[in-house]
Design a protein around this ligand. Sequence first.
Ligand code: HEC
Length: 179
Amino acid sequence: MLSRADNSATFAVGAALAFFFLGGLLTTVVPPMVDKSWSRPAPGLKKYTPEQLKGRAIYVREGCWYCHTQQTRTLVADTKRSGWKGVDSPISTPDEFVYDTPHMFGTKRTGPDLSRVGGKYDTQWHKTHFRNPRDLVPGSIMPPFPWIADKPEELGALIAYIQTLGRAKDWRPDQDYEK
Ligand code: HEC
């Protein structure tokens, strides 16, 4: 077979494509068919309310996902970073994201991961932070969002969405701000 691939470009390209598609099938199509928990919502996962969906649309519109990811990976650095008072946060699992289309996993971690930020701060903290992050976190490179902060409806929706993040798993030992 190897010498045939050496002698025939058609065979080599055909075989490469066949293996490529086989790899694609085995890593993307087959796993959710074998493990159904991927598409089943986590027990604590709630559907988004219309207000939270509006907030999610603002998150997309403002490009928050350029700087923020929403996935606690299996790394100690991640579970510690999203942890709370010495308790490590649980890692992200697919069943937490079944209502997220498209998902907001993101790729670039300029800012901290937000997959467990729901309930970490209260509404007033977020209001102040979105108006000007540097009022709360000196030296923060997160841009201010005054055009959201000046619209109570948009601000409320965005905060309502942020407060849902990571709430499917009940893990924070004590303090957990509802709103
Ligand atoms: C240019 C990159 C950048 C963009 C764009 C950005 N952020 Fe941030 N964000 C940061 C950085 C850096 C921090 C850490 C410093 C701070 O808390 O201000 C942060 C912190 C945060 C925190 C606090 C996280 C924690 O665990 O303390 C929240 C919540 C947040 N951002 C939400 C948002 C939302 C919502 C948007 C879109 C409206 C957004 N960010 C846009 C960079 C960014």
